[in-house]
Design a protein around this ligand. Structure first.
Ligand code: BV8
Ligand code: ZN
Length: 260
């Protein structure tokens, strides 16, 4: 007998996915785990090694700018040294599968772009850029770290450069959050991948999608506060579950929409 398939999809859900026009994929640190980057809240995760209030707040940067800069410089180096995994690559293909697809990420590692996603909405900013905490001028992180690995470089206005990420207690970029909110409110299918769904306002997008009548799919080896509301839970690593789900959708689309 052939081995039982690891995942399964009801014919109804398969058809619903293939017919969907507006789809949102919402990702967190778990999607980059198989690339070799740590998640935040799992056993051994980033926030078990260091306290977020010591490194990921504006207060921490004011008190210990060198320590915060060095920590982000190291995270930037690690993110640059790893490669996108099959989960990132699968999501990059979704742009071609659905007429209106939005990728919304909490990640700052840039791996979605490197996998080929054209315009992920980066809710928590990016490690790829540094910006002046006084005038907002931006400079590539690679350049800023090379120029000054041990301390935040100074801007021409004498302000200090900081990583262009969103720290705890800071507001999310308004235009990015507005686009993500609209996409979540209007989508038919919302796929949450590799996130503990505990950081707000980002996790509130799942509520918004459900209130708008979207069907929720969750890809995560562990349950989250939203698991019981999911129409489908793929309790597996994203690098296995997403390529499988993508093949299922592609096959169904080929069967139902042969001309597209
Ligand atoms: C704000 C960027 C307004 C920098 C990060 C409402 C209720 C309660 C609290 C709040 C609330 N609203 C706001 C708050 C406060 C706070 C918050 O939410 N706190 C939480 C922790 C309670 N939010 C804020 O401060 C936000 N700002 O609200 O502004 C405001 C402002 C001033 C005054 C008043 C209001 C800003 C939050 C932004 C924080 N920035 N990061 C950096 O990276 O250094 S947060 C951090 O968590 C991460 O970077 C990431 O972006 C975010 C989410 O984490 P996840 O991605 O979900 O990662 P996690 O480790 O938790 O989970 C990984 C999952 O992957 C797990 O479930 C695991 O099972 C799974 N997994 C593991 N392996 C795999 C896998 N899945 C698939 N495949 C695998 N192989
Ligand atoms: Zn400046």
């Amino acid at each position: 007998m052939p081995p039982a398939p690891a995942f399964s999809l009801t014919p109804d859900l398969r058809a619903r996915l293939a017919a969907a026009r507006a789809v949102v994929a919402f990702t967190g640190a778990g999607v980059s785990k198989e690339s070799g980057l740590d998640t935040f809240r799992d056993v051994g995760g980033v926030w078990q090694q260091v306290r977020p209030e010591d490194l990921a707040t504006p207060q921490a940067f004011r008190r210990h700018p060198e320590r915060v800069w060095q920590w982000y410089a190291e995270r930037f180096r690690r993110a640059s040294a790893v490669a996108p995994n099959p989960a990132h690559l699968a999501l990059a293909r979704w742009e071609r599968l659905f007429p209106s697809f939005r990728l919304v990420t909490q990640n700052v590692d840039g791996l979605h772009q490197r996998a080929g996603s054209s315009a992920p909405l980066e809710l928590h900013g990016t490690l790829a850029w540094a910006r002046c905490d006084a005038c907002g001028r931006r400079r590539p992180m690679a350049e800023a770290v090379a120029a000054s690995p041990g301390a935040p470089p100074l801007c021409s206005c004498r302000g200090r450069l900081r990583p262009a990420v969103v720290w705890f207690g800071e507001v999310l970029p308004e235009d990015v959050l507005t686009e993500a909110t609209e996409a979540a409110a209007w989508c038919e299918v919302f796929v949450s991948v590799g996130t503990s769904a505990t950081v707000y306002p980002a996790a509130g997008l799942i509520d918004l999608a459900l209130q708008g009548g979207a069907c929720l799919i969750e890809v995560n080896p562990e349950p989250t506060p939203f698991s019981r509301l999911a129409a489908l839970r793929l309790a597996a690593p994203a690098g296995e579950a997403l390529p499988w789900l993508t093949r299922e959708i592609e096959e169904e689309i080929a069967r139902c929409r042969p001309s597209t």
